[in-house]
Design a protein around this ligand. Structure first.
Ligand SMILES: Nc1ncnc2c1ncn2[C@@H]1O[C@H](COP(=O)(O)OP(=O)(O)OP(=O)(O)O)[C@@H](O)[C@H]1O
Length: 318
């Protein structure tokens, strides 16, 4: 088949995606234990030599990207990891509000040369470091690719790179979302049990695969009631991506629907910190435990713009 007819076939197939997603065709398999990896982080005997960057994305708005980014980062910080959280939802960034922080500067100030990335770092609970994205500032929402690249490259100059950088991306499939996701070592896709969540996640995966060469995606199901529902969502994604895209999807389990999460936002804290025994907090601990077992990134050097691409940090001294 030539590339033109293959493309035409893909377009036709894509038109049927909604039906594919909405049809519950998955043959039901024996449920695997949720987050089969360790529920707790291993004791930190050996620090990472280089920074692992994890972009939290999802395509659709409101699926819980920020919630996942904040609580994953906080869980890892509570376990003693050196973690930085970048709010890349620029223009409508709200991690600082969710964590009760009061930044006076944001990435816009850095791009204007008024400060460095280092100056923007705000300490949150448990040693977590937050880089605020700025909210209600039009020029941030209208930033171009050159500016997004400048933000990514600025991480090369950090005095002390963290062990983990978690990046909260915006909704949609705009260039900024794709650039920040593609610049990370890992892309964690948050989906929930809504058709639009699945189709938007698919659209984002397709762009990242076709235009940026990203081949591996980790899927976490948020706001689900039980593990079987999470598994079904993953299987729908895996089936459609497996048919139309050359990508690998890893199942990262479920995060339950939990009212304590909303309470935590009202209290301007992370649920893992405020209510560590809540169902949501247990889910985040399991997710963090799973992240801790990930192997080295599969595509560390594709010649793309990447966070910490220039780093050469010795293991000692972290
Ligand atoms: N597991 C959950 N249980 C209950 N509520 C949740 C859960 N996850 C997220 N929420 C709630 O859903 C709402 C949207 O979450 P969040 O802001 O994290 O989504 P988002 O994908 O980052 O949205 P946006 O794209 O608009 O930034 C919030 O009110 C949050 O508290």
């Amino acid at each position: 088949m030539n590339s033109g007819s293959r493309e035409a076939l893909q377009v036709n197939q894509a038109a049927g995606l909604q039906n594919l997603f909405s049809a519950a065709q998955a043959s039901h398999r024996e449920e695997l234990p949720i987050f089969h990896q360790a529920a707790n982080l291993r004791p930190m005997v050996q620090h990472r030599r280089t920074t692992r960057t994890i972009a939290v994305a999802g395509g659709k708005g409101g699926v819980g990207k920020t919630t996942v980014a904040v609580n994953l980062a906080m869980t890892m910080a509570m376990a003693g990891r050196n973690v930085m959280l970048l709010d890349a939802d620029m223009g409508v960034a709200n991690i600082d509000v969710q964590l009760g922080l009061n930044p006076t500067r944001h990435l816009g100030h850095m791009l204007e040369g008024q400060c460095t990335l280092q100056d923007l770092i705000i300490p949150a609970a448990h040693g977590l470091k937050v880089i605020p994205g700025g909210s209600g500032v039009r020029r941030l929402a209208k930033m171009g690719n050159g500016e997004h690249a400048a933000v990514i490259r600025a991480f090369d100059d950090l005095i002390q790179p963290p062990e983990f950088l978690i990046v909260d991306t915006a909704a949609g499939v705009a260039d900024n979302v794709a650039m920040f996701a593609a610049a990370a070592d890992d892309v964690l896709i948050v989906v929930c049990d809504e058709l639009a969540s699945l189709t938007d996640a698919y659209a984002l995966i397709k762009i990242l695969a076709h235009d940026f060469g990203v081949r591996r995606f980790r899927i976490v199901a948020n706001m689900v009631r039980q593990a079987a529902d999470a598994r079904k969502l993953y299987e729908k994604m895996a089936r459609v991506c497996g048919r139309f895209l050359d990508v690998a999807l890893d199942y990262m389990g479920m995060l339950p629907h939990d009212e304590w999460l909303r309470q935590a936002i009202r209290r301007q804290g992370a649920v893992v910190d405020l209510w560590p025994s809540s169902r949501a907090a247990v889910g985040f601990k399991q997710l963090a435990g799973a992240v801790d077992t990930w192997g080295e990134p599969a595509y560390p050097d594709l010649g793309r713009i990447a966070f910490f691409s220039g780093q050469n940090v010795p293991a000692a001294g972290w």
